[in-house]
Design a protein around this ligand. Structure first.
Ligand code: SAM
Length: 218
């Protein structure tokens, strides 16, 4: 993943749009293209026995060493359930990087020597196990790219999202002001921005206290 600078502005928000606008370049590399044998195998049985296949060193080293020879990378990340948990702080930090490699595992995992030698950061997207690292890689990329200047229409919006201030987001409403008898809180229609800010802060705090007291250290 390579960050590119752009001041262009658009209301459209998505990974594709960010790529189209030149905010980010994303390349997908198929490890099978780096396989050594004619059948393009990239996995083998584990030493010591046991179920599941392990991704071999050779194709991963061939791929990542080729990339490292082409440009400098800030991080070589391995998506792994036992990695550091992805949260907003981590995404914020990663959004400052210029170039990132994310390695998606599969099967039972990857040869430990890849982790020991090539990987600089291991990241988990949650305490559950998926069958491959492709979705975790996408989750990481999305959480990072939406923070890049120009990626989403309203740059301030990303800064006001849940977790950015250490608390959850306040409720949001849009037209109509009365939907089937359910009304939007009066304060949001008042035009009084100080009162609206106060209301949002109170709502966000109440929701955080109710759903995620751990964020408040309670
Ligand atoms: N044996 C591994 C373990 O217990 O930690 C799980 C391997 S998992 C079936 C296959 C691959 O999916 C992993 O190598 C990793 O790249 C990816 N993966 C699965 N769950 C993940 C998670 N929660 N976060 C990040 N990556 C995950």
């Amino acid at each position: 993943m390579c960050r590119r600078s752009s001041n262009r502005f658009s209301r459209k928000a998505s990974l594709d749009r960010a790529r189209e606008k030149g905010v980010v370049e994303i390349y997908v590399h198929n490890l099978h293209d780096y396989a050594e044998d004619k059948y393009k195998h990239i996995d083998d049985t584990p030493f010591g026995g046991g179920a599941g296949m392990i991704i071999k060193c050779a194709p991963v080293f061939a791929c990542i060493e080729k990339l490292l020879a082409e440009r400098d990378y800030d991080h070589v990340i391995y998506a792994s359930p036992d990695g550091e948990m992805l949260d907003q702080n981590l995404a914020n930090g990663l959004s400052l990087a210029k170039n990132i490699i994310i390695l998606a595992g599969h099967y039972k995992g990857i040869d430990q020597r890849i982790r020991d030698i090539l990987i600089t950061k291991e990241i988990s997207i949650g305490d559950y196990v998926l069958s491959g690292g492709e979705l975790p890689a996408l989750v990481m990329v999305d959480s990072i790219v939406r923070l890049l200047p120009g990626a989403i229409g309203d740059a301030e919006s990303a800064l006001e999202d849940a977790f950015q201030q250490g608390i959850l987001d306040a409720p949001h409403y849009t037209r109509p002001a009365d939907f089937r008898g359910t009304k939007v809180p009066d304060v949001l229609l008042s035009g009084n921005h100080a009162e609206i800010r106060k209301w949002r802060e109170k709502q966000a705090l109440e929701k955080t206290r109710d759903r995620r007291p751990d964020l408040l250290g309670e």
